[in-house]
Write a protein that binds this ligand. Sequence first.
Ligand code: NDP
Length: 375
Amino acid sequence: MSNPQTTRRDFMRATGASLAAASIGSAVASADQGAATAPPARTFGYAIVGIGSLAEADILPAFAHTQRARLMGLVSGDAAKARETAARYGMPERGLYTYDTFDRIADNPDIDAVYIVLPNNLHAEYTIRAHKAGKHVLVEKPMANTVADCEAMIAAAKAAGRQLAVGYRLRYEPFTEAMIRMAREQEFGALGAIVCEAGFNIGNPAQWRLQKAAAGGGSMMDIGIYAVNAARYLSGEDPLEVTATESTNRSDPRFKEVEDTVHFHLRFPSGLIASCLSSYTVNLNRFRVHAQRGSFEMEPAWNRTGLRLRVLRGSVVEQRYLPQRDHFAAMMDHLAERAAAGTAPLTDGVDGLNDMKVIEAIYASIQQRQPVRIG
Ligand code: NDP
């Protein structure tokens, strides 16, 4: 076999930008505004609920890159950490809440939206409480642990007349946007197959991600959900049927309650099939589309930085260069923009619900050892 030859093609040329000027700022909002328009005011206040590893590492720092969103609230069970975090980010102490005082955000006009970054089993409760308090909601993935909870969250948003977004951050960054465009515009001809693989080697057996009641399940709920979501946005369809099998070493202390590796196939209405993998023991980080005249793939596909996009045609491998964008800043700005317009966000509650329908069908297929229709 010949060695793959790598050619470079800079997508940014098409937009007149230069590689050196690659922006990490929030571009979803700015792309719509045009060069002549003044930047919007940063007036859309978020309260972050749960100051854990994602909030600390990515969400709070993202406010440095937002154009519309600002940090105006923190909800935490640890008062000292919340006060210290507020001071570090220059946030007023009037925006500090505990889980017990959370409902008082209703009286805080600084807070327009709540961003829920809690363990999965708490997503539904805090989404519903936030909507009852009259706030918009951005809730981390998975949206909730059951289809029924997702439906209750959507109903709460509707009753409150507020927007509900699910934190599928990849939908707000340029590499994923390019993959979707290449698939939808059939740049390499009709799609023949989709392969989505997402996994990592999980550590500490005592963490909530490995407890069924908190996490709702194992790798599928945490990382396999990226493969489900990608298969749906790359195909542009919702699957009709799933066939899934599981491989879990139950003597491994991490997997007493939840599954490790899941192989699943999604059958779409067009006849397209996505072959997917989800794992808590092996690193899997690739979404690939095979089309008539070539394949295109992201690898890494789901990281928060350093994503890569390649086109493969025979022995030619073409790297496509795009700007890196702060996923969280773009997503928070997007909800701010949609909330102001009164329109549903790109990754709305129905998007989260549809993934949960697939995941519940995956678990049913594993149990029943047969294909399951997705309701
Ligand atoms: P952590 O365990 O690091 O943080 C969760 C925080 O929730 C805690 O620090 C705590 O904050 C609060 N909390 C409230 N009640 C509990 C409880 N009973 N047990 C544990 N924590 C509690 O989780 P992560 O930050 O890693 O994940 C949070 C959410 O974000 C999950 O839904 C996860 O799926 C999602 N996530 C998404 C990622 C993405 O890329 N989109 C990446 C990582 C996670 P406090 O002390 O302030 O009360």
